[in-house]
Design a binder for this molecule. Structure first.
Ligand SMILES: Nc1ncnc2c1ncn2[C@@H]1O[C@H](COP(=O)(O)OP(=O)(O)OP(=O)(O)O)[C@@H](O)[C@H]1O
Ligand SMILES: [Mg+2]
Length: 258
C-alpha cells in the first residue's frame, strides 16, 4: 500500500516534515524496530498503530532521540538529525508527549508548562515563557487549574498538561504516545478536538493509539506496525480492510475494533 489517501484536510501536501529511512533498533537479540521507512507531510495527522510490543514506542524513541538507531536515517524538516540528541531535535522542531505522563508533581501546572517553554526553545526569557505557558493552558483547557500542583490533576488534565508541555517547546512536529489511554469516551473525544486544534495551528502530529475510533476520527493516514516492521500504510479504511492487518490483530487483547 502506498502513501496515498491523505485527506483534503492535510495542508502543504508536498513538504515532508519527517522522513524515516530504514530505521532499526536492536535490543540484544531482539530487533524491536526493523527497517522502518515512512514520510510525514506538513500539516498531516499520522497514526502509528499495531498490537502490543509491535515496536511503536521504540519507534517514537528513535524519532525523538531517546535512542540512537542501530541503522537507518532520520530527517526532520529536511535536515539529517540521525546523530543529534533529544535536546537538539527539540530545538529543531520536534515535540514529544510520553506514554507515561511525568510532570513535576510539586510544581504548579503553569510552572510545568513554563519549564517546557524555557528549555524547549533557545533565547526565551522567563517572562516570555510564563506568558506562552498561560496561552497554552488556555488552548488546552487548563487555565482554571494553572495554580494547582500537578499531582492534583485528573488523568484527562494530566494528558492535557503533557500536550501543553510538549507544545511549549513550539514544535513543528508533535509526537504523542497513547495520550488517550485510560480516558472515558467523552474525554477521548475532547482530546481528539485538542489534537485537531493543534494541527490547525500548523503543527504536524504523529500519534500512537490503540483506540480505533480515535484513529478513524483523527488520522489522515495510518502506519501499521507488527513485530518491528511496517505491515501496511494507507487511510484508516484501507489498513483496516487489509487482511494482513486483521491477522496481526487476531487474538490480541485489544483487537482491531475493540
Ligand atoms: N529498553 C528496552 N530493552 C529491551 N527490550 C525493549 C526495550 N524497549 C522495548 N523493548 C522490547 O521491544 C519490543 C517493542 O516494544 P515497544 O514498547 O516499542 O512496543 P509498543 O508497540 O509500544 O507496545 P505497546 O502497545 O504495548 O505500548 C517489545 O518486545 C519490548 O519488550
Ligand atoms: Mg508503547
Amino acid at each position: 500500500m502506498t502513501a496515498v489517501g491523505v485527506q483534503p484536510s492535510a495542508v502543504g501536501r508536498g513538504d515532508v516534515v519527517l522522513r524515516a529511512d530504514g530505521l532499526s533498533k536492536r535490543f540484544g537479540g531482539l530487533l524491536a524496530v526493523q527497517n522502518v521507512s515512512f514520510s510525514q507531510y506538513d500539516g498531516e495527522i499520522l497514526a502509528v498503530i499495531g498490537p502490543n510490543g509491535a515496536g511503536k514506542t521504540t519507534l517514537l524513541n528513535l524519532l525523538s532521540g531517546v535512542y540512537r538507531p542501530s541503522s537507518g536515517r532520520l530527517h526532520l524538516l529536511g535536515r539529517d538529525v540521525t546523530q543529534e540528541p533529544m535536546e537538539a531535535r527539540c530545538h529543531a522542531g520536534l515535540g514529544r508527549a510520553f506514554q507515561i505522563v511525568r510532570p513535576f508533581p510539586e510544581m504548579t501546572v503553569h510552572e510545568n508548562v513554563t519549564v517546557g517553554a524555557l528549555f524547549g526553545t533557545r533565547g526565551t526569557t522567563l517572562g516570555q515563557a510564563r506568558e506562552r505557558a498561560y496561552d497554552l493552558l488556555e488552548r488546552t483547557g487548563l487555565a482554571a487549574h494553572a495554580d494547582k500542583e500537578a499531582h492534583e490533576l485528573t488523568l484527562l488534565q494530566d494528558k492535557r498538561l503533557e500536550v501543553a508541555r510538549a507544545l511549549a517547546t513550539q514544535p513543528r512536529v508533535l509526537l504523542l504516545d497513547e495520550v488517550m489511554a485510560g480516558l472515558r469516551p467523552g474525554e477521548a473525544q475532547e482530546a481528539v478536538g485538542l489534537v485537531r486544534s493543534v494541527r490547525d495551528s500548523g503543527v504536524s502530529v504523529l500519534f500512537i493509539e490503540h483506540i480505533m475510533p480515535v484513529v478513524r476520527d483523527l488520522a489522515d493516514r495510518v502506519v501499521v506496525m507488527d513485530q518491528g516492521q511496517v505491515l501496511a500504510e494507507g487511510t484508516y479504511h484501507e489498513v483496516t480492510a487489509n487482511p494482513q492487518v486483521v491477522a496481526a490483530y487476531l487474538g490480541t487483547e485489544e483487537g482491531l475494533h475493540a
